[in-house]
Design a protein around this ligand. Structure first.
Ligand code: FRU
Length: 510
């Protein structure tokens, strides 16, 4: 029997479908090795947990539109923290209740009584937000949803599990505190610039232990707290606790940003080791917010964190379609002693190496020679990793000109006189979609023996800089012309030497 040929309309439809499938995750500005949802809006990551053999990333998501609203938990999974598969929405908005940021735990011992099998279950703890109406004020309560399989979630029938009668208590981060055999929850009292600490034996009944704050930076409302411990280098068995909070707005040059406190936690109270006025910024760029760590990571694994790579100042008008918002790279955390005190160190996870493709290497001191060779390198793209160690020599300033085209570029540089690292995106092609976007961000950075180490990840519309092995992190969005793949080094005077490796990074999307 002769095969029936598809009609013209079916053919056209197939062609269109084929083309759109082919284009998935390849639109203008679309990050190639960062997670972003297929379509529509995302802000904070939430509920990060390792369970049932996978890393689960949930995210504040509007399943219906490319702007904030209908807040639900979108869901993606990964086995290596690098390649992500997006799954159906895990926790959809309720009747007039939005599902705000929170966390997930793996309830291995069924302390909640909500797990149906011996293997345990995932319990997600989220803020339910009921917006203000004519007669009632806004309400934010803490709630549970349970998953027996890591794919579908059921909201707990007796929600909420914590109701403080407030409209600014949100973003629960819950974790198991082994010494007291208790779950600990930290939430913000956003308007009071406080973190409130609770404990529970079963995730359902919560006891108030203490409040921390206001301390450090207090300009904007506090959001997205996290609390975790890290080993103190050189002191076996000693740990310090990191209490991280987002604040909006944060500081010059504006918008949302985050700070952290280093101190001690005894199961009930967090005590800051530093004077209460000290401020430690988590990231000096403008596009890192609500950075949260994973729960239930395999034993011995140093905590790893992912954030929202955006800023409340302009996220709503970012020039991307059909999605808005992406996550930062996953970063491994540790402590280091810097100038006599402890500081947080962030390093992009090693698994990213699996994406490395063609590489360009250079060792020498001849900038002109280096620039000629990079210009001739046929594998320049907008998704790459640049790892450079530079001895500054006579140079008072060095600048990497990145994503460079005829009329646009983004700069990453170091000013030795001011002892300052900087990223300047004011001359990227599309800097003026929002008045708040053009900026030059800076971070104080003293470089000991004159060696500047910059590890830079460029992914079409973002630049994440890790300086001196992760002592400084600076995350910024940038919107270049898609053909702008120019790259060069520019120094004020002769540099001492440079050791450089640029690796093209493969897309994580098929
Ligand atoms: C932080 C935040 C959270 C809140 C969520 C709502 O970016 O404002 O405090 O839970 O976003 O989407």
């Amino acid at each position: 029997m002769a095969k029936k040929r598809p009609s013209l309309t079916v053919g056209v439809l197939l062609l269109l479908f084929g083309a759109s499938a082919f284009c998935a995750h390849n639109e203008r500005y679309r990050p190639q090795f960062h997670f972003s949802p297929r379509t529509n809006w995302t802000n904070d990551p939430c509920g990060l947990v390792y369970a049932f053999g996978k890393y689960h990333l949930f995210f504040q998501h509007n399943p219906f539109a490319n702007r904030w609203g209908h807040m639900s938990w979108g869901h993606a999974v990964s086995t290596d923290l690098v390649h992500w598969s997006q799954l159906p929405v895990a926790i959809p908005e309720g009747k007039k209740v939005a599902i705000f940021t929170g966390s997930s735990v793996f309830d291995r011992k069924n302390t909640s009584g909500l797990c149906k099998s011996k293997q345990g279950c995932i319990v997600s703890i989220y803020t339910g937000e009921t917006p203000k109406t004519a007669g009632t004020p806004e309400r934010q309560t803490q709630n549970l949803a349970v998953s027996q399989d890591g794919r579908t979630w059921t909201k707990y029938a007796d929600n909420p599990v914590l109701d403080l009668g407030r409209g600014d208590s949100r973003d629960p981060k819950v974790f198991w505190y082994a010494p007291a055999k208790r779950w600990i929850m930290v939430i913000v009292l956003a308007n009071e610039r406080k973190v409130s600490i609770f404990s529970s034996p079963n995730l359902k009944h919560w006891h108030h232990e203490s409040d921390f704050g206001p301390q450090g930076a207090t300009r904007g409302v506090w959001e997205c707290p996290d609390l975790y411990s890290l080993p103190v280098p050189g002191h076996t068995g000693e740990t310090r606790w990191i209490l991280k909070v987002g604040l909006n707005p944060a500081r010059v040059p504006g918008g949302s940003g985050e700070q952290y406190f280093i101190g001690r936690f005894d199961g009930t109270h967090f005590r800051n080791d530093n004077p209460s006025g000290d401020i430690h910024w988590l990231d000096y760029g403008r596009d890192s917010y609500c950075e949260l760590t994973f729960n239930n990571e395999p034993k011995g694994q140093t905590p790893r964190m992912i954030g929202w790579m955006d800023n409340w100042d302009y996220a709503g008008v970012a020039p991307t379609l059909p999605w808005r918002g992406a996550m930062t790279l996953p970063k491994a955390l540790s402590l280091a002693e810097v100038n006599g005190s402890l500081a947080l160190v962030q390093k992009p996870v090693e698994q990213l190496r699996s994406l490395r493709g063609d590489a360009f290497e250079y060792e020498g001191a001849n900038e002109a020679d280096l620039n000629r060779k990079v210009a001739a390198w046929p594998h320049r793209s907008q998704s790459f990793e640049l790892d450079a160690t530079i001895r500054l020599g006579a140079a008072k300033q060095i600048v990497w000109r990145l994503l460079q085209g005829k009329n646009d570029e983004t700069l990453v540089g170091y000013d030795a006189l001011k002892q300052e690292l900087f990223v300047d995106r004011s001359h990227c092609a599309n800097a003026h979609f929002s008045k708040a976007f053009p900026s030059r961000t800076t971070a104080p950075l003293k470089i000991g023996n004159g060696r500047l180490r910059l590890h830079i990840f460029v992914d079409r519309s973002s630049i994440e800089v890790f300086a001196q092995g992760g002592r400084i992190a600076m995350t910024n969005l940038t919107f270049p012309t898609p053909s702008s793949t120019g790259l060069s080094l520019d120094s004020s005077d002769e540099i001492g030497s440079i050791h450089l490796k640029i690796s093209k990074l493969r897309s994580i999307w098929k």
